[in-house]
Design a protein around this ligand. Structure first.
Ligand SMILES: [Zn+2]
Ligand SMILES: [Zn+2]
Length: 256
């Protein structure tokens, strides 16, 4: 079969997406993309899978379709730590998210909160973001870091150069490389090319993710694919759990 890009990150009605699993499969097929379903498994996302029992029901549902079986886990939420390895091994891949970063005083700043803690500067926030990322990379056995440039809402209006310093970018790609975690090029939160180039040059694997929640978004990974290709990443080096294996230990994957 000819190579097809994989959308490693998309949401269904099992969490906060608008499409059912079969609609995701159908939409991806129409776009020539291999589909994944990667719903939120977290007690800190409102519409999400929130218990180990529901993870099992979700996997049962996914296994009825020809679709890669993933999930997006919040690093700051404990649910991923509660999953036994035999359940983890039913996933084809897992995506980890920094939906909150921990400040040096122990306080969490959520990515989707509109209010900043008093006195927080963008520089201090980014220090905390990198510190949280390093802890995530050391501890969380996922295959992909979702949307690596997601920051808390009040800072999203700042430009790349106001947020990102080269030292932080180097720390990020070093941590991902050491852990064997792929860098996601997200359709929804597009990373700046300088950072993706740094990841590629460091040898970090690149993953494409629509982070789609609607029919228009799911499996639309044209822009991430174009960016990866413009940086010289060969198509068959883009993360594909079947080709490259997964840290889930899924026995049906080639390199697992
Ligand atoms: Zn996310
Ligand atoms: Zn997502």
């Amino acid at each position: 079969m000819n190579w097809q890009p994989v959308d490693c990150h998309a949401h269904s009605t099992w969490s906060d997406g608008a499409l059912t699993i079969d609609q995701i499969v159908e939409r991806a097929a129409a776009l020539g993309v291999r589909p994944s379903v990667t719903d939120h498994v977290s007690r800190d996302v409102q519409r999400s899978i929130q218990s180990v029992d529901d993870v099992v029901r979700y996997l049962d549902a996914l296994e009825a379709f020809d679709v890669l079986r993933g999930a997006e886990f919040c690093w700051h939420d404990a649910l991923w730590r509660e999953l036994p390895s035999n359940i983890v091994a039913r996933f084809t891949h897992r995506v980890g998210s920094l939906h909150a970063v921990k400040l040096s005083n122990g306080q969490w700043v959520h990515a989707f909160s509109r209010k900043l803690p008093d006195g927080l500067t963008a520089a201090a926030y980014m220090e905390a973001h990198l510190a949280t990322l390093k802890e995530f990379a050391r501890q969380m056995p996922v295959d992909v870091l979702a949307h690596p440039t997601l920051v808390t809402l009040p800072y999203r209006t700042l430009g790349t150069d106001e947020l990102w310093i080269e030292q932080h970018e180097e720390q990020m790609v070093d941590a991902l490389f050491a852990a064997g975690i792929a860098f996601e090029i997200s359709s929804r939160y597009p990373p700046h090319a300088r950072l993706v180039r740094r990841a590629v040059e460091r040898g970090v694997r690149i993953s494409l993710g629509s982070d789609g929640h609607t029919a228009e978004q799911v499996a639309d990974i044209r822009r991430p694919l174009a960016l990866a290709r413009s940086l010289g990443v060969p198509d068959d080096a883009l993360y594909d759990p079947v080709r490259h294996g997964s840290r889930t230990g899924n026995p049906s994957l080639s390199c697992a």
